[in-house]
Design a protein around this ligand. Structure first.
Ligand SMILES: [Cu+2]
Length: 455
């Protein structure tokens, strides 16, 4: 994550000019910078180091600059220029992914990340991906949705030989499309153990209306038994649901300045379709896995069904301040597997009294560790009501365990209501928005207030 260009936009936003206002002078400044880079590096080659990607000619060329997409909890894949070719290096390998404060799984991904790092290019770019297989078995890379020659399609035996463990393979193609695409291994079990990443092709000319924030979410589901770390890729009982490789409340909230326009790209690679719902706002679907949709097809919605292998791009005006939830609305996708916490103490879930449940949660929390555990009140006669408990005792407040600049200022115990495929879009007035950007920039931890149990 990060990168000069993204920081450039963020810094610009701090000064309250908004992206519309800043463009001309700063963009000219950037073009000058890119031209200098090109002059000092023969062949237009601009140096690129991991984690601090410099703007390249492609990003500032006559085709027009673009606003990079931000993938919360997943980094961008840096690139180098070889002449006019954008060169990416992608390594398939096993990845340990902490999907919740108390759950780490053995997934497979790319470059130490699951999902793999986000690739961002611009329509018209020539792209080379130097691919290396560090998995214990053969694999390949499929470019989902891209219109490229059959030799680049990444299907074992049909369009190429499988890439054996330890081998390299070079993909190269020109991207003539714009839109939200993704790369993945072209075999079912590898897909289900995590082998997917974003491939975003920004248009030659910016979409209208332009947006101020562009975010991406990859939806995945996992079947991992308690006390286990390896997903059962043949199982159909999914007990862990993730956005960008993490379950709520570990999902990093997305930020939007009040009054800005926001784009959210959602990609699904799993066994289920996910109805993704945004609270408190209406959006329009402005694109699919096939690219931009004509404006005449847009109509107001707040829940979009993202089918397997589909991408849905939605846009909305962030005109209402608040921490607005974004989540899959399938009820069982709004939960985490608490069995992982209970382990051999599962028998104790029979506890149906307030005091017992609270003490059980507290002892579990200590082992994780969360500092504080609360649950919402229950009736005195709760245990005598058939069906009880439903959601009682399910809340696991863990604000401290998942604290980061993006969570700054959220109401206390906010994390207790966040589980599974869930995140939020925080629409913030200038002052609060700028405060969080500053916090991200300076890395200063949020002020810790002393905390008391109400009971
Ligand atoms: Cu779902």
């Amino acid at each position: 994550m990060g990168g000069t260009r993204r920081k450039f936009f963020q810094d610009a936003a701090i000064f309250g000019t908004g992206l519309l206002g800043l463009s001309r002078s700063l963009r000219a400044e950037q073009e000058k910078h890119a031209a200098n880079e090109a002059a000092s590096h023969p062949g237009g080659q601009a140096p690129s180091v991991h984690g601090s990607r410099r703007p390249t000619r492609a990003e500032t060329s006559a085709r027009g600059a673009y606003l990079p997409m931000v993938t919360p909890d997943v980094a961008d894949l840096p690139h180098e220029m070889d002449g006019s070719v954008k060169v990416f290096r992608l390594i398939a390998e096993p990845v340990k992914r902490k999907i919740a404060p108390f759950k780490t799984i053995d997934a497979w991904g790319y470059n130490g990340s699951c999902p793999g790092p986000t690739i961002q290019v611009q329509q018209g770019d020539r792209v080379r991906v130097i691919f290396e297989n560090r998995l214990p078995e053969s694999t390949s890379l499929h470019w989902h949705g891209l219109e490229i020659p059959i030799g680049q399609d990444g299907v074992p035996y049909i369009s190429q030989k499988p890439v054996a463990p330890g081998e390299k393979y070079v993909y190269e193609f020109t991207v003539h499309q714009e839109g939200t695409f993704f790369y993945h291994a072209h075999s079912a079990m590898q897909e289900m153990i995590g082998q997917i990443g974003f491939f975003v092709a920004h248009p030659e000319r910016e979409y209208r209306p332009r947006v101020d924030q562009d975010y991406g979410l990859i939806l995945q589901e996992w079947a991992v038994l308690p006390s286990n770390t390896v997903p059962n890729t043949a199982g159909m009982e999914f007990n862990w649901l993730t956005f960008n490789g993490v379950s709520a409340p570990m999902t990093t909230p997305m930020l939007a300045r009040l009054g800005s326009r926001v784009r959210l790209r959602i990609v699904n690679l799993g066994m289920d379709h996910h109805p993704v719902h945004l609270h408190g706002n209406q959006f329009v679907v402005t694109g699919t896995e096939g690219g931009r949709a004509p404006e005449s097809t847009w109509y107001p919605m707040n829940t979009v069904l993202v089918g397997v292998a589909q991408a849905r791009v939605v846009e909305f005006e962030a005109k209402y301040p608040g921490a607005w939830m974004i989540h899959c609305h399938l009820p069982h996708h709004m939960m985490n597997s608490m069995m992982d916490l209970l382990r051999d103490r599962q028998i104790e879930t029979a506890d149906q009294t307030d005091a017992k449940a609270l003490s059980q949660m507290e002892s579990l929390a200590k082992s994780v560790p969360f500092q504080h555990v609360h649950h919402s009140p229950i009736a005195e006669n709760a245990a005598s009501v058939p069906g009880f408990p439903q959601d009682a005792f399910m809340e696991m407040g863990m604000d401290e365990a998942v604290e980061k600049p993006e969570t700054y200022g959220l109401p206390k115990n906010w994390s207790a209501g966040m589980m599974g495929m869930m995140t939020m879009m925080r629409v913030l007035p200038d002052k609060e928005y700028d405060a969080i950007l500053l916090l991200k920039k300076n890395g200063t931890p949020a002020v810790q207030e002393e905390h008391h149990h109400e009971s």
